[in-house]
Design a protein around this ligand. Structure first.
Ligand SMILES: Cc1cc2nc3c(=O)[nH]c(=O)nc-3n(C[C@H](O)[C@H](O)[C@H](O)COP(=O)(O)OP(=O)(O)OC[C@H]3O[C@@H](n4cnc5c(N)ncnc54)[C@H](O)[C@@H]3O)c2cc1C
Length: 386
């Protein structure tokens, strides 16, 4: 990864985020600025039109955005997940027709896996796909809690559906304007409050075979590989949150006085600030390790699970301590400290709950044991183009 190139990206992106901060609702203007800069290209390989800075570079950028605006970082992360899914499965023709416009910033796709009756238990999804005699596919079902939907730049979703074999799953890129594809109600969550989270309804949606991603029946494997990358990205959002909580608490504890002294002079408050700094660095180090493993093409599941677990656990604690240092002001609606309270909890839920990560790690523990660090020799195939 070219360090100078990454630093230049970070500078430009920080500038764009700073300039656009303060939007109410879905951060459309900020997203437009970031897409115009090309943030969506950063992690992807130059062979598919990316900037080649990998997940290591992208997580550094996401952390910077998340330190300023958790919802904006979530939107950029969500768009990446869809792009990574596409890049991992796309045929050369799909790269030209579907991935290239995405990397050019012409809009964003969501990833729609969760359903009202199936979240952690992904294999239990009920959305069905059926091959029609003319070779097209019909999709029916409902998706729940889908981020980054329903805004002007939304172009559709990567949809995971059951079928054509009832025990297997297939993925499709469904355009937002496909007949029968509609937005359900908005999910008004206390964190990621400006991310545009909706249910999606698929009622007899017909898509051509050119919108099928990967082989029929192979969608679950693609989804799981994308989740691993998404988990590292979520971990970087947690890093940004921890950094913001630490920096804000540190500044506040120097500025605010009680009993004639700055707060930081009181041992209990100094310990809170110290702990915030530790939480940030703990999150950052484990996230960096996972991102580097991804870029080296090493098996990622375990390191992504560890990074997401540690970093989001740190984020929840950082959000709590941040409010504690700020006192009553930390609970005022509209402040960063209050927003982080909800955002941190979301980070523990999306892209695999902490309990789901435990399942991954426990399975590995029982089967082959846990390693001390990522293996040095690549065992699995590197993620194509992302
Ligand atoms: C703001 C927000 C944005 C989201 N964005 C998206 C998106 O863009 N795309 C998408 O597809 N989904 C999205 N989701 C959905 C998210 O991925 C799910 O909420 C998550 O996977 C958990 O599923 P669930 O809510 O159905 O909880 P459930 O699966 O019902 O789980 C409830 C609780 O039980 C635990 N649990 C379940 N099974 C087990 C088990 N076997 N062992 C131990 N514990 C278990 C869970 O960890 C959790 O604590 C979003 C959610 C939120 C809140």
């Amino acid at each position: 990864m070219a360090r100078a190139a990454l630093e230049e990206w970070r500078r430009r992106i920080r500038e764009a985020v700073g300039a656009a901060a303060g939007d109410g609702g879905y951060p459309l203007e900020a997203v437009r600025r970031l897409l115009a800069l090309g943030v969506q290209r950063i992690p992807f390989d130059p062979t598919v039109g990316g900037e080649g800075l990998g997940l290591r570079g992208f997580t550094a950028v996401l952390e910077d955005i998340a330190a300023v605006d958790g919802s904006l970082a979530a939107v950029v992360m969500g768009a990446y997940s869809a792009g990574a899914f596409l890049a991992s499965a796309a045929t050369p023709e799909q790269r030209r027709a579907l991935l290239a416009p995405l990397l050019a910033g012409e809009g964003m796709y969501a990833v729609a896996v969760t359903e009202p009756e199936a979240g952690t238990d992904v294999a239990a999804i009920r959305t069905r796909c059926r091959r029609l005699p003319d070779g097209t596919w019909r999709l029916d079902g409902r998706k729940a809690f889908i981020s980054n939907t329903g805004h002007e730049l939304w172009r559709g979703a990567v949809v995971l559906a059951r079928g054509p074999d009832p025990d297997r799953h297939t993925a499709f890129l469904v355009p937002a304007d496909a007949p029968g594809f509609s937005l359900g109600p908005v999910r008004d969550t206390i964190g990621w409050s400006r991310v545009g989270v909706h249910d999606l309804v698929l009622d007899g949606v017909v898509v051509g075979d050119e919108r099928r991603l990967g082989e029929p029946g192979k969608g679950m494997g693609l989804a799981l590989a994308t989740f691993d990358r998404g988990r590292v990205a979520v971990a970087s959002l947690a890093c940004g949150l921890c950094r913001a909580a630490w920096e804000e608490a540190d500044a506040y504890a120097r500025r605010r006085h009680s009993f004639g002294d700055p707060l930081v002079a009181h041992e209990a408050v100094a310990d809170h600030v110290l702990r915030l700094w530790r939480l940030y660095n703990r999150a950052r180090l484990v996230t960096r390790q996972a991102a580097e493993a991804a870029d080296a093409g090493l098996p990622l599941a375990v390191w992504a699970a560890l990074a997401k677990w540690e970093a989001t656990d740190a984020a929840v604690e950082a959000a709590r301590l941040g409010v504690q240092v700020m006192g009553g002001r930390g609970l005022l609606r509209g402040t960063g400290a209050a927003a982080r309270w909800g955002d941190a909890k979301v980070l523990e839920i999306v892209e695999g709950t902490t309990e789901a990560l435990t399942l991954v790690l426990r399975r590995r523990l029982r089967r082959e044991g846990l390693a001390a660090a990522p293996e040095e020799e690549p065992r699995g195939a590197a993620h194509a183009g992302a």
